[in-house]
Design a protein around this ligand. Structure first.
Ligand SMILES: C[S@@+](CC[C@H](N)C(=O)[O-])C[C@H]1O[C@@H](n2cnc3c(N)ncnc32)[C@H](O)[C@@H]1O
Length: 169
């Protein structure tokens, strides 16, 4: 889901709560996501049937639903309560969806459980990526894979404020 920010920085989970209320599905259908990022991510996932897959930062659950429909055993989470609720509706009772914050220890008891993890357009919101990949390593099964995508910094990078002679006075 590509979301233009209002201040030059990326939206955090609280902003996603607000976006969710406005209809996350409409935002997720943006051309850059639907025509570019999501197909590229899906192409990297391979055959997911029967595999334990963790959808990290699942937003309204588009990828989770795609995975479930192809026979994956899906667990998904998002820091936004609204997004997680939308994901629950997208997958019904066919996947486990919960609210959790990437960057903190994940509330996933089992180590080495997931064959595949997908983190689509979410890692750039987290500063402490050492902790993130430490947790990925803990819950990923030996031989498993992590597929992730991230925004180009030109999209969400902080833009210097325009300074005019009037504003300098
Ligand atoms: C751009 S959307 C990506 C959604 C989905 N992965 C996709 O590709 O359609 C980013 C999502 O990451 C979530 N998010 C942001 N920071 C997060 C964090 N620290 N932990 C978990 N989720 C986070 C947001 O709430 C939002 O739903």
């Amino acid at each position: 889901m590509t979301v233009p920010s209002t201040d030059g920085g990326g939206p955090d989970a609280r902003q996603y709560d607000a976006i969710g209320a406005r209809s996350a599905a409409a935002v997720a259908a943006s051309a850059s996501n639907a025509e570019y990022e999501r197909p590229a991510t899906i192409a990297l996932l391979g055959d997911v049937a029967g595999r334990h897959v963790l959808d990290v930062g699942c937003a309204p659950g588009l990828l989770s639903a795609w995975l479930v429909e192809r026979g994956a055993i899906v667990t998904a989470f998002d820091a936004s309560v609204v997004m997680a609720e939308q994901a629950k509706q997208a997958v019904a009772d066919r996947a486990r969806v919960f609210v959790a914050e990437l960057g903190a220890p994940l509330p996933l008891a089992a180590d080495r459980h997931f064959d595949l993890m997908v983190a689509s357009l979410v890692l750039h919101y987290v500063e402490d990526r050492v902790s993130v990949f430490g947790e990925f390593r803990r819950v990923l099964a030996p031989g498993g894979a992590v597929v992730f995508s991230t925004h180009h910094p030109a999209w969400t990078g902080r833009t210097p404020r325009r300074t005019t002679s009037r504003s300098r006075r």
